[in-house]
Design a protein around this ligand. Structure first.
Ligand code: ADP
Length: 328
């Protein structure tokens, strides 16, 4: 009951209290596993937009705003009103609409406790009324991990949780679980970074933002042919040379994510320009220094994951073993 405290606003509309969480007994990812694998256009995934009540803005994504809304009619097997995060698409450019739908299709496929669950979409009435396509996601009350780390930096005025080694190890484990699953599904995420992880109830981390995720080909790599914007501070150095994304390149980015965590959301490779980074990557001299006060298990994993030789980097199963077996 403590998870669903309500608060009434002055105008009589029911608002969800900041920090409201989805009851732990409601496991969306388990529910989604039983749902149809066919296209999102099936009525099973469509949710009527008239049943979504605006509450506030959560953030701004590459497609458009992300809003906190209340889903009034049962959604994804949940019987009562539920706070949800709604990704909106501002553009009507057919290419962007296709990318948006592609991301929703992927999220539907990735049913895992450490991946943000897709609860539904509102897309079947887009053409008729010039409505924006909507992607309805599980709401993560503590927002993205990058902002969460910055806000909880020691000495910060916004500090609400005093983060210690056990938190960092738990965050690292949650992300590794998600990435192990994605790899088993034969996908690369390609954009692993703190800003793409979300923090939920009990400070559990879930991966989000599959805008760059791609299926691996038979040779286990995805070649970037689009020349799109790439996240160079977290990207593995071989990508500068080959353009190939592999599970091992996701492992490098995971190592940089560990660096971001322990550095409370600082910018990786401080003092280096994009050009410096590209040059260092090509001469195999790119190096992430271990942050001060780094828990030893994370320092060791950071070094292993950011090995210049992709074949020498650990697999996510090895990473999980090291995280569970380390000395506290
Ligand atoms: P995009 O990757 O499309 O650019 P994001 O998915 O990163 O957009 O969303 C932008 C911001 O919105 C995030 O940084 C986060 O603060 C917020 N946000 C996104 N999804 C959720 C969610 N499910 N729950 C809570 N906040 C969210």
């Amino acid at each position: 009951p403590n998870s669903f405290t309500r608060q009434h606003s002055g105008c009589g509309r029911v608002l969800w209290e900041e920090g409201t969480v989805v009851p732990p007994e409601h496991n969306f990812s388990a529910f989604n596993r039983g749902r149809s694998k066919s296209t999102l256009r099936t009525s099973e995934w469509q949710y009527p937009r008239s049943q979504l009540i605006y509450m506030r803005e959560l953030g701004e994504g590459q497609f458009g705003k992300v809003l906190l809304m209340k889903a009034q009619r049962g959604i994804a097997g949940f019987k009562r009103d539920l706070p949800v995060a709604v990704k909106t698409l501002t553009s009507r450019d057919p290419q962007k609409v296709a990318k948006f739908m592609e991301e929703a299709e992927l999220m539907k496929k990735f049913s895992h406790p450490n991946i943000v669950s897709l609860l539904g979409v509102s897309t079947d009435d887009v053409l008729d009324d010039d409505n924006a396509p909507l992607m309805i996601l599980e709401y993560m009350p503590y927002g993205d991990l990058h902002a969460f780390l910055e806000n909880n930096r020691p000495g910060s005025e916004t500090l609400s949780v005093s983060l210690g080694d056990a938190h960092f190890v738990s965050f690292a484990t949650d992300v590794a679980e998600a990435l192990k699953f994605i790899g088993e599904e034969r996908f690369v995420h390609r954009d692993i970074a703190a800003r793409n992880c979300l923090v939920g109830a009990g400070l559990r981390i879930k991966m989000a933002d599959f805008g760059l995720a791609q299926r691996l080909n038979q040779n286990n790599y995805y070649l970037d042919g689009e020349g799109g914007v790439l996240p160079i501070r977290t990207m593995a150095p071989e990508i500068f040379l080959t353009g190939q994304f592999t599970i091992s390149s996701d492992v490098w980015s995971y190592g940089v994510l560990l660096w971001e965590m322990v550095s409370y959301g600082a910018l990786p490779l401080p003092g280096m320009t994009s050009r410096d980074i590209a040059e260092a990557a090509q001469t195999r001299t790119l190096h992430h220094t271990t942050p001060p006060d780094c828990p030893p298990v994370l320092g060791s994993l950071m070094a292993q994951c950011t090995n210049h030789y992709p074949n020498l980097r650990p697999l996510f199963t090895d990473i999980l073993t090291q995280l569970t077996q380390h000395d506290p």
